[in-house]
Design a protein around this ligand. Structure first.
Ligand code: PRP
Ligand code: ZN
Length: 296
């Protein structure tokens, strides 16, 4: 493979993760010359190009050095690691806080589920044979794993399986197919994966920079700036009510003895309950603002 001076990131072309993945990269300041139908998008703002691929292809592309980074579900990484006998050609660099889902077992709604023992001897359809087999082994259950390449949810109706093991996010797909979730095999979300050895040249610096920006983007999602006025004596009580991570700034208010303006960045949701509790503790003129960007 010839040396490249540009970084390549692979993301899902279309599916559950594609919009959020591209949104994350956009928030990191990456702009691409759009070519929606094509595999390759040229990076205009930085020497970072985008590859639009099937999510299942991402781990292999990283391992083969076709791309340096990829955004993919932890479930896909875990399946491929097990398939490769525990040897991965990539590592998880960050969990990204979107694309939450679980790999779960589901069966027809009309069947009573009594527990894992009921799965013994059943045919279970999945596109995740390694994760499923591993779970069955750990649970001491002997069942028949039916490996499919897609459309797992219709297998029970077609009679090719009794049970399915598939990703569940909202649960809408299961409901639409009259299936119910009965056990969780793996909790998953989108992660940023990268090659084991990141490039030692400028591209390595680019990766470092992207990681810092991603951390900033993840951070601001849950961060809020709160501003309020209060008697100085009430500050302790008010700070105790706020969610963690605050580094407050306290300023005297001209002409109002004992009164201060307080502002802090909070890492965590601020609820109406928080505001009402702070008001009771003496706070006035409470203002909660979203945080747009953050660089530690
Ligand atoms: C998964 C899974 C279901 C759907 C479940 O597909 O195979 O079809 O999501 O989501 P729901 O519970 O919200 O209905 P995914 O988008 O990961 O695509 P893929 O399996 O083709 O990669
Ligand atoms: Zn997939």
């Amino acid at each position: 493979m010839s040396p490249r001076d540009r970084l390549r990131i692979a993301v899902q072309k279309s599916g559950r993760l594609s919009d959020s993945s591209q949104d994350l990269l956009a928030r990191c300041g990456l702009k691409f010359r759009r070519s929606r139908d094509k595999l390759f998008c040229f990076g205009e703002s930085l020497p970072v190009d985008l590859l639009l691929v099937r999510d299942d292809d991402v781990p292999g592309m990283i391992a083969d050095g076709v791309c340096d980074l990829g955004i993919v579900g932890r479930n896909v990484l875990a399946e491929q690691v097990l398939g490769a006998g525990g040897e991965a050609g990539y590592r998880e660099l960050r969990s990204l806080g979107f694309g939450q889902c679980r790999l779960a077992l589901a069966m027809p709604q009309e069947i009573d589920y009594t527990g894992p023992a009921q799965l013994a001897g059943q045919r279970i359809a999945t596109t995740y044979p390694h994760l499923l087999s591993d779970w069955l082994r750990r649970s001491g259950i002997t069942a028949k794993v039916v490996t499919l390449s897609g459309s797992v949810e219709i297998a029970p109706r077609l009679g090719t399986a009794d049970v399915i093991c598939d990703l569940v996010s909202s649960g809408a797909t299961l409901a639409a197919n009259q299936l119910k979730e009965v056990a969780t095999v793996l909790e998953s979300e989108a992660v940023l994966a990268g090659s084991l050895n990141l490039p030692g040249d400028e591209r390595g610096d680019l990766v470092e920079m992207l990681l810092r920006r991603i951390d900033g983007v993840i951070q601001v999602r849950v961060s809020k700036l709160i501003m309020l006025h209060a008697p100085r004596s009430a500050l302790g009580a008010i700070a105790n009510i706020l969610p963690g991570g605050q580094q407050p700034i306290v300023m005297p208010i001209e002409g109002q003895d004992g009164e201060v303006a307080f502002q802090a960045v909070c890492n965590g949701a601020i609820t109406w309950q928080h505001l009402e509790d702070m008001k009771r503790a003496g706070a006035r003129q409470l203002l909660v603002l979203p945080v747009e960007q953050m660089l530690a």
